[in-house]
Design a binder for this molecule. Structure first.
Ligand code: PLP
Length: 391
């Protein structure tokens, strides 16, 4: 032991994600229904796994271009045109990153100076805050509310923009709420972004897990292509969270700098995972994706119905993603107290809403990408715990 701490101030300021915190406790307990982690419960589709095996067999195990292999950049440029209506040059307007997380990290590092503000949704994915702090920048928050359908809107964002604001981040469908931003609200947000001359990050990792409404990419709206970075990943779409393939598409000057960051942090994402993703995007098997979404939808409907029957709980219907964000104020407990009670007394692990920023207090996040057996067990156990609370 030395008397001196060798830790940087930079890492010490970072909190631990509440999702990981609950994950660690739950992992050590027996007989827990795990609803805390945001993971698809499907396996990666076989046609993508086969493409990966073929890549390995063919010796595709070496360094690639820092921006990611040209075949994948081309496949994604085609996907962005076909599915999102976004036109990009695969040569210099897209970078392949280690998951959506890597894309967000690089986007912030490439554009935000120390002291500048990045405006984030609250409640929102907790990693955004730490990623902004790692750039010595300041996270600021705009509210998304249950009464507003957990949808970002100009009126909610505008009061929080000031001279230091560099970037506005939107996430639709949203983690943790499942809220989806409709076209009209998105147009209002984009007007604001142009008027205030700021940059927009659009986190679209859940774009295809949509039950109601439409997904609109802001980069397609007038005057937005030059000030939008579209962030996405194979992780949720293809149940590929462990493969760590994501991407960012946007203006060439920003993407060029992000490519440099790829080089200095991870060189490039895994070569054979990239090649497998070429197959994933080029030969996207719509029936496989449709089956996943309809199975999520069934589970959503089951959970929303049952949670709304619990005393003290009110559960809105999420329009996308695979999370429920029930209001639990009626239980009389804080979100942390309620999550701990559910875990300790009921053996159901969830994440307290307070872990998603100040706007999350009074709520709980549950991921319903679990088997129906587990979900039925969760509902029974939650009924027992909430029944005892009231009694
Ligand atoms: N953005 C949101 C809103 C997420 O929920 C997640 C993962 O949970 C990510 C980005 C990052 O995904 P990836 O696993 O591709 O890094």
């Amino acid at each position: 032991m030395t008397g001196r701490s060798f830790l940087s101030d930079r890492v010490q300021q970072l909190g631990v994600s509440p999702i990981r915190e609950i994950f660690e406790i739950a992992a050590k307990m027996k007989d827990v229904v795990r609803l805390e982690v945001g993971e698809p419960d499907f396996d990666t589709p076989a046609y993508i796994v086969d493409a990966c095996k073929a890549a390995l067999d063919s010796g595709f195990t070496h360094y690639t271009s820092f921006a990611g292999i040209p075949e994948l950049r081309k496949a994604l440029a085609d996907k962005l045109r076909r599915e999102n209506g976004i036109e990009i040059n695969p040569e210099n307007q897209i970078v392949i990153t280690p998951g959506g997380t890597g894309a967000l990290y690089e986007a912030v590092q490439a554009t935000v100076n120390p002291g500048e503000e990045v405006l984030l949704p609250s409640p929102g994915w907790p990693q955004y805050t730490s990623i902004v702090q790692l750039a010595a920048a300041t996270p600021a928050y705009y509210p998304i509310t249950e009464t507003g359908g957990f949808m970002a809107a100009r009126a909610l964002v505008e009061p929080h923009i000031n001279d230091k604001t560099k970037v506005l981040l939107i996430n639709s469908p949203s983690n943790p709420t499942g809220g989806v931003i409709d076209r009209e609200a998105l147009e209002g947000i984009c007007d604001l972004v142009r008027e205030r001359d700021i940059l927009l990050f659009s986190d679209e990792v859940y774009e295809l897990i949509l039950y109601e409404g439409e997904h609109v990419s802001p980069a397609t709206l007038p005057g937005m292509a030059e000030r939008t970075i579209t962030i996405n990943a194979a992780s949720k779409t293809f149940a590929m969270t462990g493969w760590r393939i994501g991407y960012a598409a946007g203006p060439a000057d920003i993407i060029t700098e992000m490519t440099k960051l790829n080089l200095y942090t991870n060189t490039h994402p895994n070569s054979f995972a990239q090649l497998a993703c070429v197959e994933g995007y080029n030969n996207q098997q719509q029936d496989v994706l449709d089956e996943m979404v309809s199975s999520y939808q069934q589970r959503r409907d089951f959970m929303v119905k049952n949670l709304n029957e619990l005393p003290g709980v009110r559960c809105p219907n999420p329009k996308g993603a695979f999370y429920l964000f029930p209001n639990i104020e009626g239980t009389g407990l804080s979100s942390l107290e309620f999550a701990k009670t559910l875990l300790e007394k009921g053996g159901v692990s969830t994440v307290p809403g307070s872990g998603f920023g100040p706007g999350g207090e009074g709520y709980l996040r549950l991921c319903f990408a679990q088997s129906m057996d587990e979900l039925e067990k969760a509902v029974d156990r939650m009924a027992k715990v909430t029944g005892e609370l009231k009694g």
